[in-house]
Design a protein around this ligand. Structure first.
Ligand code: FAD
Ligand code: SIN
Length: 530
């Protein structure tokens, strides 16, 4: 089935839905989304959305905290837009009826999270993303100018004469093409590239892979955020234990109950995520025992009232959040890099825009400040939509060094297609929280080879859906490994044990990457596939 609209949006998370609402003020919009409309990273967001709305806060203070977390690599102009425009869009959510928690005087209740110097996180208990998703979806689904195709998986960008004219996609009706004057990638993150992740199964980095295969510039992919406190009970699914727990007083303890964080970081339990994650791993290596999050000293009724979703997840693993120690370890959570955009969401391909986690706007630098991602999706989703309604013009991308490293350069003689689990395990082992040159290099050799293979292998061997998933994971893994090997220093989410220090002389810069050749046409999916 082919579809045509004025504007095309790929993805129904916060960035895609917010953009669709602005676009629909001008003309008709098609939203393609891979699973059900509610399935997205947005829907799982717990802690909340940051905005300088408190009496002791200001955009300038929010910018200062964002820049500090970004470890020298945030784009100050992008940060400035985020923190100055953020409050307006968050207030808009409140006016539309967002059910955020309130103080007794009716003002929004503001939570505290790591590396924020004041309370500035608006939240709906511990299910903020679900509430934002509900609200935006209620408006999108009621808007007659927006047509949403669910279970429609975009597979390739269509680019003609250097301009993006839409995407090819696969749905329950077979293969189709969605054509539009402007296309917005709002397809979210890529946590599934790693074996351990907080992200749902949809987060395979499809947008980054599609854009890279079409020749778009990507940047900062070495910077992956590993969330420190993910429930880690053998045999049970991994589940995020929000930073808001520590913001309200939860403590990290080792197997004998010692608060070990001070040993590694003066800021203790509320140091930035990269520091806490590495401290947890070091403590586990030192003691050969798990580490835990403990709320036993806190008021039981408060814990259950404030964190009902997390308490339910703990209960399903046989643990009581308020009284038991909950075993935790880090997992891949957020990709700071992505498809490079200017401040209005334009990418290096004319007619193609990107917003939200798929994009690299420069707001997060080397490490994202907690609860800035929902805000980014909101602000830059709306900004990209505004720009999409205007005339086409080239992106004003930042002046980065650009590397076009030929794909498939190092193909070994014989190799078979891996399973997605093989790739995810390899990425976790060698390109995870602690990286080292030899391991990354060996990983890159295999990813190069697999990438070459998946561009020519018949999809039927493993089934269409799995093939698409594997193709995205290999492509994004390859881009992450290239960037991680290149950056010979440690900064933010990127830690090289062979280069453990930050090196501002050589590395106070971004490097953009371009995958040389677009995906061959023979990859068009089987029309009967689901
Ligand atoms: P998403 O919300 O991930 O939406 C992407 C959409 O694109 C989905 O609808 C997906 O189905 C669709 N899609 C993907 N590929 C395709 C394709 N090929 N074809 C068609 N559609 C496709 N951030 C915060 O700021 N605060 C928090 O409290 C917070 N908590 C979090 C908790 C968890 C467990 C997780 C996983 C993340 C959390 N984050 C939080 C991060 C934040 O949720 C995300 O970065 C943000 O929601 C991303 O929004 P998005 O619109 O860019 O992408
Ligand atoms: C959390 O609730 O800890 C996640 C917040 C975020 O990713 O910003």
């Amino acid at each position: 089935m082919d579809v045509r609209g004025d504007f095309l949006v790929i993805g129904s998370g916060i960035a895609g839905l917010r953009a669709a609402l602005t676009l629909a003020e001008a003309r008709d919009v098609i939203v393609l989304t891979k699973a059900s409309a509610e399935e997205s990273n947005t829907g799982y967001a717990q802690g909340g959305i940051a905005a300088a709305l408190g009496p002791d806060d200001s955009p300038a203070l929010h910018a200062k905290d964002t820049l500090a977390a970004g470890d020298g690599l945030c784009d100050p102009d992008a940060v400035d837009l985020l923190v100055r425009e953020g409050p307006k869009y968050v207030v808009e959510l409140l006016e539309w009826g967002a059910q955020f928690d309130r103080e007794t005087d009716g003002s929004p209740s503001l939570g505290h999270e790591a590396a924020h110097t004041v309370r500035r996180v608006l939240h709906a208990r511990d299910a903020t993303g679900r509430e934002i998703g509900r609200l935006l979806w209620s408006r999108v689904s009621a808007n007659p100018r927006i047509r949403v195709l669910q279970d429609a998986d975009a597979t390739d960008l269509v680019v003609a004469n250097g301009t993006c004219t839409g995407v090819r996609f696969v749905s329950n009706d077979g293969v189709g093409t969605a054509t539009a004057q402007r296309t917005l990638l709002a397809s979210g993150g890529a946590g599934q590239v790693f074996r351990e992740t907080t992200n749902p199964s949809i987060a395979t980095g499809d947008g980054i892979a599609m854009a890279a295969h079409a020749g778009a510039r990507v940047a900062d992919l070495e910077f992956v955020q590993f969330h420190p406190t993910v429930m880690s009970v053998p045999g049970k699914p991994r589940f995020l234990l929000s930073e808001a727990l520590r913001g309200e007083g939860a403590r990290l303890v080792n197997h004998v109950g010692d608060r070990f964080m001070q040993r590694y970081q003066p800021a203790g339990d509320l140091a930035s995520r990269d520091l806490v994650s590495r401290a947890i791993v070091r403590e586990m290596e030192r003691t050969h025992e798990p580490v835990y999050l403990s709320l036993a000293h806190m008021n039981r009724a408060f814990v259950h009232e404030r964190f009902p979703t997390i308490a339910r997840a703990c209960a399903s693993a046989g643990l009581d959040l308020a009284s038991d120690r909950i075993p935790v370890s880090p997992a891949a959570h957020y990709v700071m890099g992505g498809v490079e955009t200017d401040l209005d969401g334009r990418t290096s391909i004319q007619g193609l825009f990107a917003a939200g986690e798929v994009a690299c706007t420069g707001v997060h630098g080397a490490n994202r400040l907690a609860s800035n991602s929902l805000l980014e999706g909101l602000v830059f989703g709306a900004r990209a939509a505004d720009a999409m309604t205007g005339p086409l013009c080239p992106a004003r991308l930042r002046e980065h060094e650009v590397i076009a490293w030929p794909a498939d350069a190092r193909r070994p003689p014989s190799i078979d297609l891996p399973s997605t689990d093989d790739v995810r395990a390899l990425m976790w082992r060698n390109c995870g929280l602690l990286r080292e040159g030899h391991g990354i290099d060996a990983t890159l050799t295999r990813l190069d080879a697999w990438h070459a293979l998946i561009r020519t292998a018949p999809a039927a061997r493993i089934g269409e859906r799995e093939f698409r998933r594997l193709r995205s994971i290999i492509t994004v893994g390859l881009l992450i490994a290239r960037a991680a090997l290149r950056r010979e220093e440690s900064r933010g989410g990127h830690f090289r044990s062979d280069f453990p220090d930050r090196d501002d002389i050589k590395w106070l810069k971004h490097v953009s990457d371009v995958l040389e050749s677009p995906e061959p046409k023979s990859q068009t999916p089987n029309p009967n596939a689901k």
